[in-house]
Structure formats: structure tokens, C-alpha cells
Design a protein around this ligand. Structure first.
Ligand code: SF4
Length: 385
């Protein structure tokens, strides 16, 4: 996504999937279920003349309903689910000694996944096996949600609204499990394509109202919201890893040291060590692929050592993604990221493991994080390209 943000030619070549989505909405046999990524709320209003306070996720969901989709959800729900799976996986790999030489890397950014597979294939086994929130939500819509609706998974047409162009390729990942064989996600549109659809439906953004996402995947925590900003996945994961290790919550802002201080600082790397009882967890957060390359080279030369590393291909994370509104020569990622951190501060729930809808889904459907069923539906095998 990175080059497209800064390269108008890339933007022109971008695939447009809005017609595919309009066709699905018009098809009476399809049940259209849409998810909206955390970073989208921080940018969609820029193109529609909405202030930061007006441009809420609830209004995006309302716009989707007005366009005729059947169900609209906030991806923050599955960001919390990702934390449950990835946090549990990290604790397992960390305590088993598997990470004593090299760290576990986050796996939710397809730009980064492509980069590591092509440039550092030897490190691929250190990626978390957790799918991204986009893929997890698609998978849950076609299984857990299909079961609730009592319909065959094939009838559910899953769409995601993403800040990202690379997410269009990520959806091509195949999944095969007992209930269903096909794709988690059927179509991906970017933030810019969402705005285009709102305009072509002649929806006046000022008339949109705040509506909640649909049940039973309605809740999302502040920890899920910050997924859209660099450092957010790491911070959310540490909040829940602490709980998994100690059985109680840390202060919600205990891990704020991983937040970016401006991503041109320290070669875009934010490092922090955290002490949880007698365990030290060494973390690093990096965004931008140039910064990532220098960090990986330093790790491989043994100059730095970490247990857990978050990587986002776009400078500033998904808020600066290639599918977001473009403003010539202006980088808005930092300001948009700040918006997400403010939403986290205001959130009633700030720990992914406290998401009541995620908890209910584990009780009814998955059992525990990293259960067999969770592995089948929520994890992947990273094959080399
Ligand atoms: Fe996509 Fe986010 Fe990765 Fe950029 S950082 S490529 S927007 S997932």
C-alpha cells in the first residue's frame, strides 16, 4: 500500500470493486454482510466534509444500510478476536522457549507478509499464524453467523471496507474446513471506494445517524480500535497477554510506550521492554518497509533482541494506508492515529478479553482461544511464494 499512497500512477491503476458490491446488494439470493476496519473511521470524513467528531463508525454503518446491505459490522470486533488468538499464541511460544533466538512477528498486514515472504523467507516461521481481523471476520460470518441465521455459508456474501489496497489480494487466501470451502471475504473496497459509493447513492453525509453494528458481533473495545495505528496491535496484545499471565488487568495505559512518537523518529522503530512479574518481554514496533528492512537486518546481525515485533507496511500503520483519501503532499497518518488513540481513551472497554460478544462466541462456538476449531477457522499456514 505504501507506494500507492505516494504515487498517483498507482492510484490510477487501482482495481475498483464497487460494481461487484452493488451487484451483490442487488442480488436477492445473497445476504450481504459488510465489515469496516478501524482505520476507515479516522479518514472517510475527510472527503465528505465531515469533522472528526461527525465522522463516526456508526454513520459508516448507517450509510451501508442505506445502500442496501443486510448486515453491517465493525471490524474492531474481530480485532479483539485476533488479540485473543495472537496473544494466546504469543504466550505459548514465548514460555515454551521457541522465541529465545528470534521474535514472533505480527501477521495482520498483507503488505508486510508479502515482503517477508519474498525478502526474508527464513523468518516466515516466526510469523504469528493468526489470520488478520479481515479474514477472521469473514470466516466467522460464514460459520458462526451463518449458523445463527440458519442459512448455508454460500448465501452470505462478505464485503470488507479497508484502508488498504493489499487487502484485496489478501482475500484471495483459500480456506477449507468442514462447514465451508471458499473465501473468507468475497469483496474488498477501500475507504475511497466507500466514499464513491456513498456519493453515487446520493446519500447526504449530514443526514447519517449513529447506529450500532449488528448482533451478535456488535461490541468492539478500545484495544481493537487502535489496531489501525502503528503500535496498536502490540499494545492491545500486551494488555491481554498481561491478563493471561497474571489473571488480572494492568492499568489500560500500562503499555503506552509502544505508541509512535512520530514515525520519523528512531528509524521508525519504537522499542520497549516490559516487566511482568519475573518475566521481561522485549518488544519493537516498526512501520514502513524501508524501516522494517533495517530493523530485520539489525535483528539478524544480533545487534538487537526482541520477543515480539509488530510490523506495518505503511508509515504510521493502516491509518496511512493506500486505500485512504489522498491529500497531495500531505501525510495525515499521525493525526489520524491520534484520533484512534483518543477513541480508545474514551472507550468503556479497553481490553480485548473483556469484549462480551467475543466471549459469548468462544462459549458458543470456538471453546477456547487456539482450540482446534479456532485453528481451523482463525489461523493460517504461511506458505512461501
Ligand atoms: Fe494494508 Fe495496513 Fe498493511 Fe498498509 S499497514 S498494507 S493499510 S494492512
Amino acid at each position: 500500500g505504501q507506494c500507492i499512497t505516494h504515487c498517483p500512477v498507482g492510484a490510477l491503476r487501482e482495481r475498483d470493486d464497487t460494481e461487484t458490491v452493488w451487484d451483490a446488494i442487488a442480488d436477492p439470493d445473497k445476504i450481504v454482510a459488510v465489515q469496516v476496519a478501524p482505520a476507515v473511521r479516522a479518514a472517510w470524513g475527510e472527503q465528505l466534509g465531515l469533522t472528526r467528531g461527525e465522522a463516526t463508525i456508526g454513520k459508516i454503518l448507517d450509510s451501508l444500510k442505506k445502500m442496501g446491505v443486510d448486515y453491517a459490522f465493525d471490524t474492531t470486533f474481530s480485532a479483539d478476536l485476533t488479540i485473543m488468538e495472537e496473544g494466546t499464541e504469543f504466550i505459548k511460544r514465548f514460555t515454551s522457549g521457541e522465541l529465545k533466538d528470534l521474535p514472533m512477528f505480527t501477521s495482520c498486514c498483507p503488505g508486510w507478509i508479502r515482503f517477508i515472504k519474498t525478502q526474508y523467507p527464513g523468518l516466515v516461521k516466526y510469523l504469528s499464524t493468526a489470520k488478520s481481523p479481515q479474514q477472521m471476520f469473514g470466516s466467522v460470518m460464514k460459520t458462526y453467523f451463518a449458523e445463527q441465521l440458519k442459512v448455508a455459508p454460500e448465501r452470505i456474501y462478505t464485503v470488507s471496507v479497508m484502508p488498504c489496497v493489499a487487502k484485496k489480494a489478501e482475500r484471495e487466501m483459500e480456506l477449507f474446513y468442514e462447514e465451508y470451502a471458499g473465501h473468507d471475504v468475497d469483496a474488498v473496497i477501500t475507504t475511497r471506494e466507500l466514499v464513491k459509493m456513498i456519493r453515487s447513492a446520493h446519500i447526504n453525509p449530514k443526514t447519517l445517524e449513529d447506529i450500532p453494528g449488528d448482533r451478535p458481533m456488535q461490541e468492539g473495545t478500545g484495544a481493537g480500535v487502535i489496531f489501525g495505528a502503528t503500535g496498536g496491535v502490540m499494545e492491545a496484545a500486551l494488555r491481554s497477554a498481561y491478563f493471561l499471565l497474571k489473571g488480572k488487568n494492568p492499568p489500560a495505559d500500562a503499555f503506552s510506550k509502544v505508541r509512535s512518537q512520530g514515525f520519523n523518529q528512531n528509524n521508525g522503530v519504537q522499542e520497549a521492554d516490559f516487566q511482568i512479574d519475573d518475566i521481561t518481554v522485549r518488544t519493537a514496533v516498526v512501520s514502513g518497509l524501508g524501516n522494517t528492512r533495517s530493523l530485520l537486518d539489525r535483528i539478524l546481525r544480533g545487534e538487537v533482541q526482541y520477543d515480539f515485533v509488530e510490523v506495518m507496511a505503511c508509515p504510521g500503520g493502516c491509518v496511512g494506508g493506500g486505500g485512504q483519501p489522498i491529500h497531495d503532499g500531505e501525510e495525515r497518518a499521525f493525526e489520524r492515529g491520534k484520533n484512534l488513540y483518543d477513541l480508545d481513551q474514551q472507550a468503556e472497554l479497553r481490553f480485548s478479553h473483556e469484549n462480551p460478544d467475543v466471549r459469548t462466541m468462544y462459549e458458543r462456538f470456538f471453546g477456547n482461544p487456539n482450540s482446534h476449531k479456532a485453528h481451523m477457522l482463525l489461523h493460517t499456514i504461511h506458505e512461501l511464494l
